[in-house]
Design a protein around this ligand. Structure first.
Ligand SMILES: O=P(O)(O)O[C@@H]1C[C@H](O)[C@@H](CO)O1
Ligand code: HPA
Length: 282
């Protein structure tokens, strides 16, 4: 099994920090088609993942594969413009590496975003979902292996993974900004991918209380909570999943990216506004 020691990750974090002036406490992971948030970041310092020894490289369209340091609404931030997924062939431990690297760079609050298929029939394409909980159907867990207590405990709780204050703040900002009808709260589930879900899988998770489904985020959140970060998660609903057998329409990545292109501006505004109001002396 692939594993990275605390010292390996400390080395990667030190390498990155030696290349930039910025010292952020907030990290943001941009999902499929959501990397445009980087355009709002000022005083940018950019490091492509392939210039960071040991860092995983994004191989999926819509994931630029760059670390962007800078300021967003006067807050120092680091953005992962693009993530990696288990279905790309990376071990869960490798998926965990960027989050642990952020932890050792001093990140205290992690925002995770993703593109997801709408299971909840009240959700429309282009809506957003503030994540209140997740269902891990991927069959993988990045905490498998020897536990290093310097990161966190062997058996971390996961029942309040998504910070309640940040969830409330997001919903109230959406109201203030006049697009509350586009923002829901709900449960995200992750399957391994890379195939989109079958009709039966969608029906099953719908019964389980899932509102949106995707192929990422959960390993990052597990690792972030394990090492004591505050987590906020948001999905952009890029498509409605197929819930009827023998329907002509099929899910596809082009539609996901197209919706990201058309609809991510509200997501960006909402995230920027939350960031602006964060108290990062936590
Ligand atoms: O990185 P995210 O979770 O936003 O990407 C989703 C899941 C797959 O990677 C892809 C499917 O279109 O988008
Ligand atoms: O329908 C979907 N299923 C899984 N992942 C996704 N990412 C965007 N849309 C979807």
């Amino acid at each position: 099994m692939e594993s990275f020691t605390y010292e390996d990750i400390q080395q990667i974090a030190n390498d990155i920090l030696s290349k930039v002036k910025c010292r952020p406490k907030l990290g943001i992971i941009c999902g499929s088609g959501l990397g445009k948030l980087a355009d709002m970041v000022e005083d940018r310092e950019v490091i492509p993942y392939n210039e960071i020894p040991g860092f995983p490289i994004s191989t999926v369209p819509g994931h630029a594969g760059k670390l962007i340091f800078g300021t967003l609404r006067n807050k120092s931030v680091v953005l992962m413009q693009g993530r990696v997924h288990c279905y790309e062939g990376y071990s869960p431990q490798k998926i965990a590496l960027p989050v642990r690297t952020m932890k050792l760079m001093g990140i205290k609050v992690l925002f995770v975003t993703n593109a997801a298929g709408g299971i909840n029939r009240n959700f429309n394409v282009g809506d957003m979902m503030v994540i209140k909980d997740h269902l891990n159907l991927s069959g993988v867990n990045p905490l498998v292996g020897i536990n290093d207590e310097r990161f966190g405990p062997r058996f971390p709780p996961m029942s309040r993974a998504y910070d309640i204050e940040l969830r409330k703040l997001a919903l109230s900002i959406a109201k203030e900004m006049g697009f509350a009808d586009l923002v829901h709260e709900g449960v995200y589930s992750m399957m391994l991918g890379p195939n989109f879900e079958t009709v039966t899988e969608c029906r099953l998770i719908s019964i389980a209380g899932v509102d949106a489904t995707g192929m990422s985020t959960v390993p990052e959140v597990i690792v972030a909570k394990h090492c004591g970060m505050t987590v906020f998660g948001m999905s952009l609903i890029t498509n409605k999943v197929i819930m009827e057998y023998d329907q002509d329409a099929t899910a596809n990545h082009e539609e996901v990216l197209e919706t990201g292109e058309k609809s991510s501006r509200y997501t960006q505004q909402l995230i920027a506004e939350i960031v602006g109001r964060l108290d990062l002396d936590i």
